[in-house]
Design a protein around this ligand. Structure first.
Ligand SMILES: *Cc1c(COP(=O)(O)O)cnc(C)c1O
Length: 397
């Protein structure tokens, strides 16, 4: 088995997505086994003592290890090109565990201003309570990034492409700046997934994911993962084992199956999103489209270099104010009005009053979250039907 794992590393991404991390029991099942068990029995008192002390490898309790969770971790590590990975109960648990595992009171984070809203809340409201401060910077202003570093900076956090305006941040360049100051670069790779972008190959130190999004891909389970060098992942793992934001084996099993179709889905999401973006770009009632697949987008060239496709999320400004944007949203019949993304089902949302609603008017202006902005996470329905779904509302403006 160990030889097979070694051999696997030489395989292509598509093979790894389907074959890596599989544990096959004596039953010979073809699909991955789902180990729904909280604990494990030992053959003797001696074996129990040895497993607890760690001198004998093996499972003790599912807060520490579970074979289905381990299979998922191995598959993610293989796909991200990481030495190790650890699953968590959600994407936020992955980010929190990374912070607690690697930082201490007095440390400083530099973070892109365009990150998932709850990440901002976690850093400002909660990490701050434990003496970890954060400076937020404009995602594509590298001078501002560099100016934000202090001797206490230990961690740099970025999401690319950003949500909802699809800014593309140069991972290699940011890794260069980060390492000059002996800090660690953490990339939230939720929007691209390893099917489209592999941050570790570009110099990032760790990758975090909300597996809730494209890795599941069908909106069923919450989960997350942290991947990178074993020395760093072990620190994060130590916190997870002690604090308990562990990944459920059932959710890990759903994610394992999701990973098998990830590249095919990401390519389909991307081609649907590109077609929709091109159509919106030509529409007279649309003011501006934000999608890195459009050659006019400021991040287009970098996205071509850094990603193998442009992903499934786009946003656009309609001509008019909030009322016009709401009209378009309310006229849709296929798209789901929900803030979730990364689903086979297309979702549509008004960022200014939902996902980014708690920002002050100044913060919204700074982040480009205008009242006429709409975000769409493009699913796998027929793009012809999706176009008709948006056209209905655009004709009402
Ligand atoms: C959803 C999301 C998260 C948080 O993940 P949960 O699984 O909801 O905890 C983090 N980062 C990004 C980019 C996300 O979209």
């Amino acid at each position: 088995m160990e030889n097979f794992e070694q051999e696997l590393l030489a395989y292509e991404l598509d093979t790894l997505a389907v074959r890596s991390g599989q544990v096959r029991t004596h039953e010979g099942e073809h699909s991955e086994a789902l180990f729904l068990t909280s604990s494990y029995v030992f053959g003797s008192a001696q074996e129990a003592a040895d497993r607890f002390s760690g001198s004998l490898p093996g499972n003790v309790y599912s807060r520490y290890t579970n074979p289905t969770v381990r299979a998922f971790e191995e598959r993610i590590a293989a796909l991200e090109g990481a030495e190790a990975a650890v699953g968590t109960s959600s994407g936020m648990a992955a980010i929190l565990s990374t912070c607690i595992g690697l930082l201490k009171s007095g440390d400083h984070i530099v973070c892109s201003r365009s990150v998932f809203g709850t990440t901002t809340v976690l850093f400002t409201k909660f990490m701050q309570k434990f003496g970890v401060t954060t400076t937020f910077v404009a995602p594509t202003d590298y001078t501002e990034w560099e100016a934000a570093f202090t001797p206490a900076t230990k961690l740099v956090f970025v999401e690319t492409p950003s949500n909802p305006l699809c800014d593309v941040i140069d991972i290699q360049r940011l890794a260069g700046i980060t390492h000059k100051y002996n800090a660690l670069l953490v990339v939230d790779n939720c929007f691209c997934t390893p099917a489209l972008q592999r941050p570790l190959e570009r110099g990032a130190d760790l990758v975090v994911h909300s597996a809730t999004k494209y890795i599941d891909g069908q909106g069923r389970c919450l989960g997350g993962v942290v991947a990178g060098p074993k020395v760093l992942v072990d620190e994060v793992l130590g916190f997870i084992r002690s604090a308990g934001p562990s990944l459920s084996p059932f959710n890990a099993w759903v994610f394992l199956k999701g990973l098998e179709t990830l590249r095919l889905r990401m390519e389909a999401h991307s081609s649907n999103a590109l077609a929709l973006a091109q159509w919106l770009d030509r529409h007279p009632k649309v003011e501006k489209v934000f999608y890195a697949g459009l050659p006019t987008h400021i991040g287009h060239e970098l996205a071509v270099k850094q990603q193998s496709a442009f992903g499934g999320v786009l946003s656009f400004r309609v001509k008019g104010e909030r009322e016009a944007a709401w009209k378009v949203i309310d006229a849709t019949r296929i798209m789901s009005l929900t803030a979730n993304l990364g689903d086979t089902k297309t979702t549509i949302v008004h960022p200014a009053t939902t996902t980014h609603g708690r920002l002050s008017p100044e913060q919204k202006a700074e982040a480009g979250i205008t009242e006429n902005l709409i975000r769409v996470s493009v699913g796998l329905e027929s793009v012809k039907d999706l176009i008709a779904d948006l056209e209905r509302g655009l004709n009402l403006i």
